[in-house]
Design a protein around this ligand. Sequence first.
Ligand code: CS2
Length: 492
Amino acid sequence: MQRLSLATLPTLPDAVRRPAYDPRRTTTGIVHLGVGAFHRAHQAVYLDEILATDSQWAIAGASLRRPDMRDALAPQDNLYTVAFRSCEGAQLRVIGSLKTIHVAPRDPESLLAQMCDPAVRIVSLTVTEKGYCHDPATGDLNPAHPDIKADLAAPRAPTSAPGLIAEALRRRRDANIVPFTVMPCDNLPSNGATTQRIVSQYAALLDGALARFVEGDVAFAGTMVDRIVPATGDSDIAEITQALGVEDAWPVVSEPFGQWVIEDRFPTGRPDFAAVGAEMVSDVEGHERMKLRMLNGAHSTLAYLGYLAGYQTVSQTMSDPAYETLVRGLMSEEVMPTLHMPGTDLGGYREALVARFHNPALQHRTWQIAMDGSQKLPQRLLGTVRDRIAAGAPFERLALGVAAWMRYVTGTDEAGAPIDVNDPLADRLRAIGDAAGRDPERLAKAYLGIGDVFGHDLRDHPGFNRAVTAALASLLTRGAARTVADYAHATH
Ligand code: CS2
């Protein structure tokens, strides 16, 4: 079978939407670090729309670890398909905004050269929470992170996101090229300010003047990004290839919904994001907090509790009425009171999330969302817990989500089978679980002692300890499904 490419584009069925411009005639204006499924179904789609009227904003992508994405897309002229799936069916769209893909560990120099091209005015990132090499509880750079240690030892050939950005900014400064704007698109709180702090803290370990430059002269535009994009499975590839009539080695599957809120801080220029549906704001923090606490907080809670009860996907988990009730209660009773969003219909937002979680056309695995919990918990659940504590308000459902994470990272499921815990702290988490045994009090105390996740305030908070211990005790003795049923109807 032939491959999807510029040459085979005209042979695609009429129903497949394709670039409304000639991808050969675009020029690169953005370098994007982390060309995963999320980027390809979100920012790259918005840019595909922009390129129809403004050809200077094509994307040079970079993989920070493996060459697989480049290897899959290079024979396709970097074209790929997004399948937007809902219960109404699938809409296929071929995206042409990715112009090239660098593989940072193979050739950091070609990536850095591209980042220093004066035509590049934005460097965006989706490197996941752990790609920022920071301490999730404080948001500060973790100087002991192995990637940071490696980059500090060889700062001219870095491979971490902070290392690459700092080195490219240094080269631009020394060559008198205006700095690019850094635009993080990951689910971190205050992602613009946090990234600026991390990059300047990294720079400070090398060169104080560079750190001051990063703080004073470089714009960091925070964003809130939203679109549910599960990992692509083999059956997705087969199905999409069949519908196209040509092979796409690595398409993406996505829900139709998408949202992008961007802080308007681009002193050296930007595409007309608003023209393609993004919202430009002066401060993204409110939107970001709402999304992280409502969507992602609910997602993680469903993922741990769903996985433990044997549910493979989010939509399966949601079809258990107790889970749906729990997650609605979590949002209404415990999260929404911490959000102050005048003019936003939070109840409507919650209902839209419930409907999106139910989307039966997405196979979003609970295991996938459960990944990297140590990096996700602080902004998804723990900030909300802190606000509830400060308000003297209850937080049982939030504590249940935290306890479910603890139960999950012990590494053994309810049937005694091993769980493949994927987390940068996995070994430590397993060791803590093994040492503490299955006594809920000891186990909860041991996990709450992980300072880079809980900080000292939550570790030492008696009420939070009690609530987490009670939830963990129930998970260990009654199991997740029965515990969820109990909590779903608890009122406070
Ligand atoms: C999910 C997110 O995997 C996860 O942790 O919660 O990727 C989620 O699907 C997106 O943030 C939705 O915008």
